[in-house]
Ligand binder design. Structure first.
Ligand code: AMP
Length: 193
């Protein structure tokens, strides 16, 4: 079972590259940000709670986020074909929980594809996206907060996955197609193992 984590800062291109990975490998897509935004637009209790964090650029607490992910894995048999995790894990606690959840299904994280883009470029992309995304967190103040959270809390996952040999750095600038070619060659090399 091919389980990929697409990893990187906000604006690094995770969503764009996930779409291509789904088409290429027939994976089940789990974007925790999209799941939460759906709750917000449906006006659920969870959505109201999630919005109070998202609009401030903060992460949803681990315990809640892990519960949401476990629920998705339990209730979507299509995920058995392999998964692309987009926006999860974002903390060490989430990465450890993901290992345990996948182990329960006799599976594991096959590869972590880390899209590497510098902060100036990320800010530029996110400000541009904010002009038409309608997302409450794509404004300059929240963008800065999200990048701070990424550097302090999420980026240590690079080392976490480097240690177990599953981290693959990908240059996240250039054309979408060239970046995808690089990702594909990494995925194909781990698939053949
Ligand atoms: P994204 O669409 O992945 O950029 O996520 C948008 C926002 O949703 C993030 O800034 C967080 O507030 C929240 N979020 C998404 N995924 C997670 C996660 N794995 N852990 C905590 N918060 C998350």
């Amino acid at each position: 079972m091919l389980n990929l984590v697409i990893f990187g800062a906000p604006g690094s291109g995770k969503g764009t590259q996930s779409e291509r990975l789904i088409d290429e490998y027939g994976l089940y897509h789990i974007s925790t940000g999209e799941v939460l935004r759906k709750h917000i637009s449906d006006g659920t209790e969870l959505g109201k709670l999630a919005d109070s964090y998202i609009s401030k650029g903060q992460l949803i607490p681990d315990e809640l986020m892990i519960e949401i992910l476990a629920d998705i894995l339990e209730n979507n048999p299509e995920a058995e074909k392999g998964i692309i995790f987009d926006g999860f894990p974002r903390t060490i606690a989430q990465a450890e929980a993901l290992n345990k959840l996948l182990q329960k299904h006799g599976s594991e994280v096959t590869a972590v594809l880390g899209l590497e883009v510098d902060d100036d470029e990320l800010i530029d992309r996110l400000v541009k996206r904010g002009k038409d995304s309608g997302r409450s967190d794509d404004n300059p103040e929240t963008i800065k907060k999200r990048l701070d959270v990424y550097h302090s809390t999420t980026s240590p996952l690079r080392e976490f996955y480097q240690k177990v040999g599953t981290y693959h750095p990908i240059k996240g600038t250039g054309s979408v197609e060239d970046i995808f070619e690089d990702i594909k060659s990494r995925v194909n090399s781990v698939k053949e193992k």
